[in-house]
Design a protein around this ligand. Structure first.
Ligand code: ZN
Ligand code: CA
Length: 686
């Protein structure tokens, strides 16, 4: 019934990221979809709610004389990520747990924002949450599991992510963290989370939430209250606007609300009940901005505490026996297993790199990062942010420990700092003839499995070798292998093009593989797709049920991509990205970035122009031996493409002196342009 609402939510923390409708919660629809499939359960669900609300009323009446008990619920987060971005860090999960625990103990710093007219209704529900320290098999855990799956994108249909992993829902609150849930324009809108009510099925029990709706750090883009709201449903709460002004949320002390409130409207009073109170937009179970929410009521607290004694899926969670068996009480001494994530593996000099601790099993109490070549050298911060000042490939070692022990992990080629001066001419030729790929100025990555690009002498389009990806034997579906080129300068190039040959055959009946070629002008921070090949555009040979090896030149395809729009943009990087999904082998060869207009005459001019001295100190002299009927344009740029000097010189000049005062020492490019012909020379300034 809420599906038809189209609401434009203003969100204090999101700037204006979203112009589409945001329906923060899909819990009611989730229940309704379940009942559509199981109509025989509708009456049973109604009875369950009636029983819950009646138990809650009894609890409210007796609570004056009953000694309250804080109930703790063990939690496991299943991070189901599509791309490394969704694979959120431990810090973000801990931040989400902080907010959840504050809100359920009324320790939230904004509790005092509640309007005084509601003060007597505000409750401390006395529910706490703790990350599990023992998994359902009795092994050490930090309460977080991680799994890559494309089901993380638009994760709503049929609760599929829950089939990937779920711990016993009678012992753990399962929270699945996903890329996205639903985003159907005109339909349910952009959904941030949804929960199962405690009277629903065990096989889907838990909470699903978008990674960017979780906590306030890391990838968080909302107000961090989505989990509070969804756990309210998980413990039996309905929306405050359930049933409109007739007050269908089963709780007496939440004022009736006609329909969901959005934003932060303190004047909202949608029902004229007697006595008439404004809509309680501070209530966690409305749709108002999380930044304005701060309260559960006594009635809601009674419902949640009753749910934890009424329903089989909730009554064992918080028992002493379960808290011991899940390690919440007396957590075991477990050695942490070192693991880390890197924000960017290919960077340029001076760019920041964020290292994120993702250690598993035990909880580290100390961290030691060995970061040779970085500005810090070593760090004891759990998540250090560092820079590198010299080009090269750098190793990173993380050692984590606690009283139980310590472990280390090293990534030998963790970070490549691009040597932007190595290819200062507008050309890059790569024939893959070298025995070892890693010694070249390229960087190779496999996102999820150990199958990497390699040199192969089984086939080639030029020379004796090519680049090969054993996609036939790749076991991990949806793996992405890619490599990044050396830094290629496009300065002063003419009609520049990227050329290469590739060969690929599908596996019989399986054509889901994809090749993309991308370019970056900002050292890999942003990429533009130049070409994307899939299905028939990708195949160069007939489908095969055996590992594909191109056997003739006709089974190679030659590609030439015009990249003249990137000329004079400074150095660029190219990325070749192969997304494998159960197909066959891929070969690449004969990469060649070339500028069409570098001709014989320019080569002769390049030979003829003398720079001296080189290296130079305060000035450099140029001598021109060729006759020209056009003026010369001189420009001096640093390796990042920044112009340092620019001068127009008359065509009849035979010698010119360029002043280099105040030019920092380093490698520079001096270009000489005559008409539409350009040549570039390397100049070292001391
Ligand atoms: Zn909801
Ligand atoms: Ca009212």
């Amino acid at each position: 019934m809420y599906k038809t609402l189209l609401i434009f939510a203003l969100n204090l923390f999101t700037f204006s990221l979203f112009s589409q409708s945001i329906i923060p919660c899909h819990t009611d629809e989730n229940e309704e979809e379940y009942l559509q499939a199981h109509p025989e359960l509708r009456a049973e669900f109604e009875n369950a709610k009636d029983e819950l609300f009646s138990n809650a009323e009894k609890l409210l009446k007796s609570s004056a004389e009953t000694e309250s008990v804080v109930k703790t619920i063990p939690v496991v987060f299943h991070v189901i990520y599509n791309s490394p971005i969704d694979n959120i860090g431990v810090a973000q999960i801990e931040d989400a747990m902080r907010i959840l625990n504050e809100d359920f103990r009324r320790l939230n710093p904004d509790a005092s924002n509640l309007r005084p007219i509601f003060n007597t209704r505000a409750a401390d529900p006395e529910v706490e949450f703790a990350l599990a320290r023992i998994d359902e098999n009795g092994n050490c855990t930090d309460g977080i599991t991680r799994m890559q799956s494309s089901l993380s994108v638009e994760a709503l249909p049929r609760n599929d992510v829950k089939k990937l992993v779920q711990w016993d829902p009678t012992r753990y609150l399962n929270v699945w963290v996903v890329n996205s849930i639903a985003n159907t324009s005109g339909g349910s809108g952009l959904v941030l989370g949804y929960a199962n009510f405690p009277w629903m099925a065990a096989s889907t029990d838990g909470v699903v939430i978008r990674h960017d709706a979780l906590g306030l750090v890391g990838t968080a883009a909302y107000d961090g209250r989505t989990l509070t709201h969804e756990v309210g449903h998980y413990l039996g709460l309905l929306h405050t606007f359930q049933g409109g002004c007739n007050g269908g949320d089963g709780v007496a002390d939440t004022p009736p609300v006609a329909s969901a409130n959005y934003g932060c409207n303190f004047n909202a009073n949608s029902c004229s009940e007697s006595p008439n109170f404004p809509d309680m937009i501070e209530n966690f179970m409305d749709y108002s901005d999380g930044a304005c929410q701060n309260t559960y009521t006594n009635g809601q607290s009674a419902v949640m505490n009753s749910a934890m004694t009424t329903f089989n899926l909730r009554k064992d969670l918080w028992t002493n026996a379960n808290l011991i068996s899940t390690g919440v009480i007396n957590p075991p001494d477990c050695t942490p297993t070192a693991k880390f994530d890197i924000s960017d593996q290919v960077i340029c000099v001076g760019d920041p790199v964020q290292f994120t601790d993702e250690s598993e099993d035990g909880v580290p109490s100390n961290y030691l990062w060995d970061l040779p070549g970085s500005n810090v050298g070593t760090s004891t911060d759990p998540n250090p942010l560092v820079t590198y000042n010299s080009p090269g490939k750098y190793a990173v070692t993380l050692t984590v420990g606690n009283t139980a022990g310590s472990t280390s992990v090293t990534n030998v080629y963790a970070v490549t700092v691009k040597p932007s001066w190595t290819h200062f001419q507008a050309e890059w030729k790569e024939d893959f003839e070298e025995p070892t790929l890693n010694v070249k100025d390229m960087d190779f990555f496999s996102t999820y499995d150990d199958v990497m690009f390699e040199s192969s002498n089984a086939a080639s389009s030029s020379g004796a070798q090519s680049l090969f990806l054993n996609n036939f034997d790749a076991v991990e579906p949806n793996d992405i292998d890619y490599f990044i080129s050396p830094m290629v300068s496009t300065l002063f190039a003419n009609d520049i093009s990227l050329n290469f040959d590739f060969a690929y055959a599908p596996r019989q009946g399986v054509e889901f593989d994809r090749l993309r070629v991308l370019v970056s002008t900002d050292c890999g921070k942003n990429w533009t797709v130049l070409r994307s090949y899939a299905a028939f555009a990708l195949r160069t040979a007939s489908p095969s049920l055996v590992p594909f090896v191109p056997s003739s030149p006709s089974e190679w395809k030659s590609v030439s991509i015009d990249i003249s729009s990137f000329e004079d943009k400074g150095p660029v990087l190219f990325k070749f990205e192969f997304a494998g999904d159960g197909g066959n082998n891929f070969y690449l060869d004969n990469i060649n970035v070339k500028s069409a207009n570098v001709g014989i005459k320019e080569m002769q001019m390049a030979e003829s122009i003398q720079l001296f001295p080189n290296p130079a100190k305060n000035a450099v002299n140029l001598s021109f031996e060729l006759e020209s009927n056009k003026d010369f344009e001189l420009s001096l740029t640093d390796v990042n493409g920044k112009m340092v000097r620019s001068q127009r010189v008359s065509y009849n000049t035979k010698e010119y002196t360029m002043n280099l005062d105040n030019v920092a020492a380093g490698v520079y490019l001096l270009s000489i342009k005559i008409g539409d012909q350009k040549v570039t020379k390397k100049l070292i300034i001391e």
